[in-house]
Design a protein around this ligand. Structure first.
Ligand SMILES: NC(=O)c1ccc[n+]([C@@H]2O[C@H](COP(=O)([O-])OP(=O)(O)OC[C@H]3O[C@@H](n4cnc5c(N)ncnc54)[C@H](O)[C@@H]3O)[C@@H](O)[C@H]2O)c1
Length: 318
């Protein structure tokens, strides 16, 4: 299936800039672009635990520093900016709302303005397909489902989408917005608050107990990181749009537990704990717009993605 390919405009360098390149998804995207032969520069405010790919360039920049952002963009003059850097923790966003707005909203506007001034042609912003919507009554949800964020993180992503649409309007820079479901795969941080696949995989491989909050029936749309990276690449190549990226077929937390237990050979039952406040019952993304416009469809089945992820964490332990 093919989408509507658009000729790239602006940013004569042909270079790409990936922000959040030291993070989970940004690290995968950076390497995918390099493997495709793109001169991709990575940017983050911290060094990556994966290291810097051979021959690649990495800029340590805090996007909250407007002057540093302008200098970095003028230096790289990217044709495409993939903006994945974010304060991505819901818990931290609730503890420090102002800090979240600075890292997510203000940093994104500064980056977009600098990119427009440098003649960047395409800007791909990573929003979220989950935290924008609160607790949807029906799933899967389309892009036009009413946004009712319940966390500061969700509100920041929604605000950033809106600000970017306004500030880039009528500019030479085309904006695409990627709204992924629950991303999982190798290199996800197993010590974070979210990322249940990484957490369960790591704990089961260590023979440690795994906790399920609530009855395990909560539904989430798990999408494999390489599929998400493919969507990002397409978002810069095809017609600019805002698109959900998910499988549309959610898995329950208990289903995740069972799939990982099978892959690991783990036989202990889960530890059941009370539901956490704010945990929504169900969410899944309808990605038919991404299919129609970007020619995107998930390629990695849940079982296969789990098996690749478990293999990765197993090799890490060894
Ligand atoms: N992981 C998921 O399930 C998921 C789901 C939906 C959306 N997203 C979005 O996808 C993007 C990537 O997520 P991830 O899981 O790779 O997150 P991550 O936390 O692994 O990576 C984010 C990176 O951004 C960097 N960063 C944060 N603030 C910065 C700043 N001020 N300047 C420079 N760098 C900064 C961090 O150092 C980190 O390396 C984020 O925008 C996130 O909100 C993720």
């Amino acid at each position: 299936m093919e989408g509507v390919r658009v000729t790239q405009t602006g940013g004569a360098s042909g270079r790409a800039l990936v922000t959040g390149a030291a993070g989970f998804v940004g690290g995968h995207l950076w390497r995918r672009l390099l493997a495709d032969g793109v001169e991709a520069v990575g940017l983050d405010m911290v060094a990556s635990r994966r290291g810097i790919p051979e021959g690649a360039r990495f800029l340590e920049v805090d996007l909250r520093d407007g002057e540093a952002v302008r200098r970095a963009i003028e230096d790289v003059r990217p044709a495409v900016v993939y903006h994945l850097a974010a304060q991505a923790s819901v818990v931290i966003s609730m503890r420090d709302p102002v800090g979240d707005v600075q890292a997510n909203v203000i940093a994104s506007i500064q980056l977009a303005q600098a990119a427009m001034a440098a003649g960047t042609g395409r800007f791909v912003f990573f929003s979220t397909g989950g935290a924008l919507f609160g607790a949807p009554e029906v799933i899967p949800i389309g892009e036009d489902y009413p946004a009712r964020p319940e966390s500061v993180y969700g509100a920041s992503k929604l605000a950033t989408e809106r600000y970017l649409a306004i500030v880039t309007n009528d500019s030479g820079m085309q904006l695409s917005v990627v709204r992924p479901g629950n991303i999982y795969g190798p290199w996800q941080d197993p010590h974070g608050e979210a990322g249940v696949v990484a957490i369960f995989a790591q704990r089961m491989l260590a023979g440690e107990p795994c906790t399920i909050y609530g009855d395990g029936s909560q539904l989430r749309d798990y999408v494999y990181v390489e599929d998400v990276v493919d969507a990002a690449v397409r978002a810069a190549q095809y017609e600019a749009a805002t698109c959900n990226i998910g499988t549309g077929a959610p898995t329950s937390t208990r289903g995740v537990f069972d799939a990982i237990a099978r892959a690991v050979g783990y036989t202990a039952p889960p530890v059941l704990a009370p539901e956490r406040p704010g945990d929504i019952k169900q969410i899944a993304q309808d990605a038919s717009r991404a299919r129609a416009i970007w020619g995107w469809a998930p390629q990695v089945s849940f079982e296969d993605g789990i098996s690749r992820t478990v293999d990765f964490f197993r090799a890490q332990r060894g």
